[in-house]
Design a protein around this ligand. Structure first.
Ligand SMILES: Cc1cc2nc3c(=O)[nH]c(=O)nc-3n(C[C@H](O)[C@H](O)[C@H](O)COP(=O)(O)OP(=O)(O)OC[C@H]3O[C@@H](n4cnc5c(N)ncnc54)[C@H](O)[C@@H]3O)c2cc1C
Length: 442
């Protein structure tokens, strides 16, 4: 027997706009629409908003569901988020690189001159690479969007090679650092995106809210009028009629909306819209995978809030980058404890057995880095994320939110794979509904 049509049963709740998905994109969109005085329902399948940005509390520790950071210079984040009430805690610029049995400080010489002396005189980095880093930084500081898009599309790896960097610094610094940002170590990601992100890094800081990354979506959700956000509302049915869009949820709620916005990740959007859209209009995106394993430790293995990179590559172990979150924000761990966050790029185990195997490889690598105290670290949780970031092999100017079969589409997958992209895409979808002009590039 076919599925009962939404049109056949009890009357749906009429609203101006239904948005499906309360990640950053859906939240940003809902905020604009509600502010314009339209009625909006933001339907979220999970029990809390945030999508890919959630934070769990486990034994007094704050565990972001996968290590992630806010880059404070993201223009969209600056305009939509209230940084002061997030109480941002910053990482030190630069990184600590584990290479050939010891740690080397890669500081930003312009912002941390004292620490950068170590980098400048560190014999492992060829002088030519040091000078090129300074040139890249200077170029990126003056980067305009016009110049980003004027450059040819190519991979970050190819761009770095053409820029003159040696394989030495690419493998030991760029690959683990930007592999950790893109969540792919081959650096196949667009060089346009790399250059723009490099400029954002050079101008600002990587930071987390004092009480966890989930504070970002919570802040946006708190601004919505009552009844706007409907949690535990997994949308299962969409139908178009001459009166508008009928939207049905698993729990039986029904809505009739003049406009419909899909703010779900690309695979869910594709699935939900299967009956509406022309088949094959958009190719499947490749998604980058990652896993974060959290440990409780009585002593921090490093003594500063810095990202530690694996400069020896995957042969040295699965961890690409690591941070002691409790050194970035003391509230990430209970008093007297530290939270170590080890990150693997390119893997997201699907079984407990595979997860346990990965954890034992991570621990063995950490023992080689930090010695016997690692034996006393306790695993708090592991977060494998198979759909972490849509692969960004090209970056095109983003002038308006796409419309597919009459439905507005937003989410990081239509703009850029980032917090910035998700927020921009939501605002731009709202602008199309409100028929206001809006500007953005990423
Ligand atoms: C581990 C990890 C690390 C990251 N690191 C960074 C970083 O350091 N910096 C950075 O800028 N970005 C980072 N990102 C990317 C960033 O988190 C995302 O780009 C952004 O959060 C995407 O937001 P979104 O609203 O587009 O999608 P999502 O957050 O995926 O939101 C989509 C929402 O739709 C809901 N949904 C799906 N199906 C349905 C349905 N049928 N009915 C109702 N609701 C539905 C989902 O539950 C979800 O809440 C990282 C992501 C991950 C996972």
């Amino acid at each position: 027997m076919g599925q009962m049509s939404l049109l056949d049963s009890q009357p749906p709740e009429p609203v101006d706009v239904v948005i499906v998905g309360a990640g950053l994109a859906g939240l940003a969109c809902a905020q604009q629409i509600a502010a314009a005085g339209m009625s909006v329902r933001l339907l979220e399948a999970a029990s809390a908003p945030g999508g890919r940005i959630r934070t769990d509390q486990v034994d007094g520790f704050l565990l972001d569901r996968g290590f992630q950071v806010l880059l404070t210079e993201y223009p969209e984040a600056q305009s939509i988020l209230d940084y002061e009430s997030l109480k941002l805690r910053q990482f030190l610029p630069g990184a600590l690189v584990r290479q050939a049995g010891s740690f080397h400080r890669f500081a930003d010489p312009f912002r941390e001159p004292a620490k950068a002396l170590g980098f400048l005189f560190d014999s492992i980095v060829p002088l030519r690479d040091k000078l090129l880093v300074a040139r890249l930084r200077s170029e990126c500081l003056h980067l305009t969007t016009e110049r980003v898009f004027a450059s040819e599309e190519e991979s970050t790896r190819e761009y770095l090679r053409r820029f003159g960097f040696s394989p030495f610094i690419t493998e030991r610094f760029f690959q683990p650092l930007f592999g950790g940002v893109f969540l792919e170590r081959n650096l196949s990601t667009s060089a346009r995106w790399f250059r723009w992100l490099f400029s954002i890094f050079a101008r600002g800081h990587a930071a987390v809210p004092r009480l966890g990354m989930e504070r970002l979506p919570q802040q946006l959700a708190a601004r919505l009028p009552d009844q706007t956000l409907r949690l535990n509302s997994s949308v299962t049915q969409l139908e178009k009629s001459e009166n508008g869009w009928f939207v049905g949820t698993e729990s039986g709620a029904k809505y009739l909306a003049k406009r419909l916005v899909m703010a779900t990740p690309e695979p869910q959007t594709r699935l939900l819209m299967a009956s509406l859209r022309t088949p094959g209009v958009a190719p499947n995106r490749v998604w980058n995978r990652t896993t974060t394993i959290y440990y409780a430790a009585s002593h921090a293995p490093v003594d500063e809030p810095v990202v530690v990179l694996n400069g020896d590559g995957p042969s040295a172990g699965p961890v690409n980058h690591l941070a002691v979150m409790s050194l970035v924000s003391a509230d990430y761990a209970p008093p007297g404890a530290h939270l170590v966050c080890a990150n693997i790029v390119g893997a997201a185990p699907e079984s407990d057995e595979a997860m346990q195997k990965l954890e034992s490889e991570v621990r063995a690598q950490m023992r080689r880095w930090f010695g016997d105290p690692v034996n006393r670290w306790n695993v708090l949780a592991g977060y494998p994320v198979a759909h972490a970031l849509p692969m960004q092999t090209s970056l095109q100017p983003f002038h308006s939110a796409p419309v597919d079969s009459g439905v507005l589409i937003c989410g990081d997958h239509v703009a850029s794979s980032s917090i910035q992209g998700a927020l921009v895409s939501g605002r731009m979808a709202a602008a199309r509904i409100l028929d206001t002009s809006a500007q953005s590039h990423f």
